[in-house]
Write a protein that binds this ligand. Structure first.
Ligand SMILES: C[S@@+](CC[C@H](N)C(=O)[O-])C[C@H]1O[C@@H](n2cnc3c(N)ncnc32)[C@H](O)[C@@H]1O
Length: 294
């Protein structure tokens, strides 16, 4: 538990409990680890930023008094903005597609939503695809950005359950602003005493996941150093999979940039399984690294 100052400069107690169920189903999200990650945040800070928001699991866990969620991926930002401005519409988007799926051949109906999304990428179709695609693995074809994941074998959650999640997430994110923007633009707005949480794309594996093509970790380290210089707290999650005691990914982490490194237990991760092409995770230490500038 920590405190945050609200818009009027009042100190407000923050709780770091995860929401009852994710809104988007998104492989590699930080939903299960969010509570542990938040437990390492400073006890006091100003504005909370999640600059690679994705499915916004850490943002929704913090449920900040003043928060900013940003991502370059337009359809997910459209979902978050709609959650705030018109939660009933979000429920309707989901219900309408769920009804269509249930009324016909699942695979065919799923492919119709996917075709509609690929013809015109949009939040309404994307929301439903995350909940119904195979394993929540949102894959985009490298050449043209085509969303290529097949239909999952599971039954997507019923509209009533989804609607309950919308209500809870709406309450949690009510004090946040959502922007479609590059992390560099948003991080440069953070001021002394603010907290920035970064969960960047996976650099050493599937660049098709989460549009990682144009992302360079070295540039993120430059932004983090500038934030630290200005007195902004930064927490960075990085894949920490180890094999036989050695690091698989040797990251170019600048010496002295981070003051602490914490291992976060990942447990049985779908993403790790996916990254390793279904090989056994035996002998692999499945953890994430949380690096802190404070
Ligand atoms: C690993 S995911 C974040 C997952 C998130 N923490 C969650 O729990 O769902 C990385 C995100 O970074 C976004 N992204 C990629 N390049 C970016 C950039 N240059 N600026 C901001 N966001 C970017 C992707 O669209 C993706 O949503």
């Amino acid at each position: 538990m920590g405190t945050q100052t609200d818009l009027f400069g009042q100190t407000v107690t923050m709780y770091s409990r995860p929401a009852c169920g994710g809104l988007l189903k998104w492989i590699g999200n930080k939903y299960k680890m969010a509570e542990e990650i938040c437990s390492h945040f400073p006890t006091e800070y100003g504005v909370f930023y999640e600059v690679f928001a994705g499915s916004a699991s850490v943002l929704a866990t913090v449920a900040p008094q003043r928060g900013v969620g940003s991502d370059t991926f337009g359809p997910s930002i459209e979902i978050w903005q709609t959650l705030q401005s018109d939660p009933e519409l979000l429920k309707e988007w989901y219900r309408e597609r769920w009804d269509r799926l249930m009324a016909g051949d699942h695979r065919e109906r799923y492919e119709e939503v996917k075709a509609s999304y690929n013809a015109n990428p949009n939040g309404a179709d994307f929301l439903f695809l995350t909940r119904s695609c195979y394993g929540g693995v949102i894959r985009f074809r490298k050449a043209d950005g085509y969303m290529s994941t097949p239909c999952g074998p599971h039954r997507p959650i019923p509209p009533e359950s989804f609607a309950r999640r919308v209500d809870e997430w709406h309450r949690r994110l009510i004090n946040c602003i959502f922007q479609q923007a590059d992390y560099r633009e948003v991080m440069s707005q953070a001021q002394s005493g603010d907290l920035v949480y970064c969960d960047p794309p996976y650099t050493h594996s599937q660049s098709i996941l989460y549009g990682a093509q144009d992302f360079h970790l070295e540039q993120l380290f430059v932004q983090i150093a500038e934030c630290k210089e200005r007195g902004v707290f930064v927490a960075l999650s990085i894949d920490g999979t180890k094999m036989s005691g050695g690091l698989v990914c040797d990251l170019p982490i600048p010496v002295g940039l981070f003051e602490q490194e914490i291992s976060i237990r990942v447990g049985r991760s779908m993403l790790k399984r996916f990254q390793m092409n279904g090989q056994s995770l035996e002998g692999h230490e499945v953890t994430d690294r949380l690096l802190l500038t404070y």
